[in-house]
Structures are given as structure tokens and as C-alpha cells.
Design a protein around this ligand. Sequence first.
Ligand SMILES: [Fe+2]
Length: 494
Amino acid sequence: MKPQRPTARPALARRDFIKHSLLAAGSMAIPPGLLSACGNAPADRTFTVDPNRPWWLQGNFSSVHDEIDAFDLPVRGRIPSELTGLYVRNGSNPQHDNSPHWFLGDGMVHGVRLDGGRARWYRNRYVRTPFYEHGVSFAEAIGRGLPPSKHNTTSNVSVIWQGGKILSSGEVGGAYVIDPNDLSTVGPTDFGGAVDNSFTAHAKVDPDTGYLHFFGYWFFPPHITYYVADETGRVIRKEPIETSKPSMMHSFAITDREAVFWECPVLFDLGSAVTNPTDAFRWTPEYGARIGILPFGEPGASIRWVEIDPCFVFHETNAFRDGDEVVVDVGRLPSVFDGTDIGGGPGRERVMRWRINTSGPELRFREELVTTNQWDLPTHDRRYTGRRYRYGWYSEFRDHPDSVDLGGVGMIDYTSGATRYWDPGLTRHGGEPFFVPGGSGEGEGWLMLFVYDHGTDQSVLAILDALRPDRGPIAEIDLPRRVPFGFHGCWVPS
Ligand SMILES: [Fe+2]
């Protein structure tokens, strides 16, 4: 299938560039439109936004400033007793309400500890980065002598549980270790000095080896460095990957034998970064876009690339090897960061299945439409990371004229082509659903996500049966405060 070209560009619609600036996720071919009958919820559930102020400083995008501890939380429904551990999620929570972009506030983690069917506690804590400790926003940082570095980072995008540690990532900059007992910041880690600058927000754990695969992108060569760490956190491979320009690379994928990168045309401009950090990344379609395949164990210079039409992909659901082809399921946007406001561009997101044939001297690329539903922030059963898999789960992005509106939970069965969908209700808004394994089969387990009700200004932690999310939560845990919309979470098993 020939890749679709970006649509001709109409006048920018505000909701398009807002939405697109924010999506910061079987071998059968799924016919176009097969899944799109289960469309997004009607756009009749909008909350009010003051157009004279940044939307990311309003409503449930705005910060909560105090750090609290609450114990023995009220529960409606039943928490499975096997769900014993900690759910924790990161997000942008600017300390001084002055963030120039939703992506650029101080990191704050929110966690709920479950134990034997009870919700023992809720806590929230800022990640103690230099930006936070000095009270400096990302936009002010360079001028205040805190240029981005492996320690100077917002640390606000994701949390990853690996090697007995919660690692917090801000994508640009290195990782911070978070204590699962109280969510306090232990401190930065560079894996014993091995990591030079950044630690991606989307590291992968190979389910067979237990190795952590990750990368960092940076503003100067090598623009990408790919790392593999063993289960103890010791870096056992470090491969620089040269590209022509520094670009934003939010995620990548692995199969059981290779790493997959996609270089999209959002380029870093040093001059803009100094004068206006929010303008540091620019949509530059003339740079082109490409997918790179690097077999495990080979030097970075041996990566092979295939050109694709310009697009942007924040997240993949998963990837796997299918004979001569590498399959990657992605959320593909026509463009991002090309508007006059905070970025974005025209057109709608689609879930696509990329296929890269590696058998010949040149890689060959084709793609298939999975669904036109605007579903992103994907999760999958991590026991199947890099392996042929069946299920993907997503957060719905509803249309909203002035803001981002996170909606319900979608599920794609990539084997049957079926979808399921949970609508949280007229006034309620979800986020990334994180999969927590339960039984032995793929998809047997639960989805966990914070759900905010703009009617009551309260949040709950919702738990859904992952194979039947359309039935709605099996338990909802009342939280002592609203939890601002955020990005990525993880599960820390006990
Ligand atoms: Fe992400």
C-alpha cells in the first residue's frame, strides 16, 4: 500500500494544532475503514475554556501545588486482591503556573498503593530536579544558567519500572529514580556514567532477556544514542546513530531481534531554543522522514533506513517480526509543531500498521490503515513486547474546539479487527490506560487510569477488565483530590 500523503493544508483549525501538539504512542491486513465504525464519542461534552489564557493552565490541566498523603481510600466495586502493588503516573505540573507549554512543566508523580483488595494510600510528589529546586521554569532555564543536560530536565513524561527502580523520564535529559515507598526523589541516574544525555520516555523491556532497551536524542552529534542495559542496570551496549540533523524522537520499538527508529521532520533549532525554548522544535517537511532498522548486537553505523512520506509518530503500540517484515503499529499524525500557536497541523490522527521488508538490499515500506479513530497513548501486554501480539488499548482523544479532551478507553483486537470502547460519561475524562497483567494469557489483566470528572472536580483511579473494557470499571477508588491530566504511568508489583 502506498503511503498516504498529508492532506492539502487548509487554514489551521485551533483544535487541530492543539490536539496534534499533544499526542506527546497478527499478520493480517486490516481493510481500511473496518474499524472506524466505532467512532469517537460525539463532541457534546466540552468543558469551558477561557480563550484569553493558555488552556494548559486551566481546569484539570492546571497544577495542584501541595503534596499530600491520604490513607485507606474509599472504593466502589471490588479491587482484585491479586492487584497488589503501586500504580504511578507522571505529568506536567508547573510549580509557578507559568509553563509556556503543556509539555514543559515540572514533573509530578501521583501514586495509589493497592494491597489485598484495599487502596492503602494516595500520594503525589514533585520530581526534585534542579528546575524544581531552583523554582525555574523550562523557558527560563537557559537564561538562569540551567541549560538542558542529563540532570537539568523537567522529568515529567513517564515512569518506568525496571531493575527494582522507578525511573522518571522527561525525554530531554536523563532519568531520575523515584522511591516506590513514598514517591520521593532518590536522585538522578546515568546508569553508572554510561548515559551521556537523554533517557527516552519510552524504554522497552525485552520479555525474554529482561534487558532494557532505550535511547536518547540530543542537540549535537551523535544525535541518537541507543543503549541496552541488563537486568541490574549495567549498560552492555552503547551505539551512536548519526543523523543529519537533531530531531525530536519520542519513542521507538523493538522486536525480538532488532530496534526500530523513526526519524520524523521535527527539527531542533538552537537559535530558537536560546531565544524562545517553546519554539525550539519545528515541523520541517523538506527534511523528510524515515524508518531505521538496527539488528541487536550490530554497530549503530549498520542501521538501514527507508524513506517514508513526512508524518509524525509519537507512539507505537508494539512491534514484531513477521517473516521478512518488521511490523510496527503506530499513531500517525500528518504533522506537528507547524502552527503559529503551540504547534500542530491539519488532518486527523490514524492508527496505522507499518510493514518494513528487510529481505532485499534496500528496505521496502508499506502501511495499512487500522482505524481512523483518534486513539493514542497506547498500551499493550508487556509480556508480548516485541512479539506477535493481539491487543492494543488506547486513550480516546475527543474533539474539543479550544483544548485537549481525553475521553474513554479504546481497545483493538488486531487478530479479529474488532474494537471495544468504554465511554466514561458526559463529564468524565480519562488518559493513558496502563495494562497490568493478571492471568497467563495475552490480555488477561486490568487497565488502570485516572479519570477526572469536570462536574465534580474530583478524580478516581479506575480499574477495568482489560479484555472487556466496554463493561466499564470493576472498581473506582475515590481520590482525595483531583489528579491533573498527565502522560504515562507504570505498575510496580509487590
Ligand atoms: Fe509518550
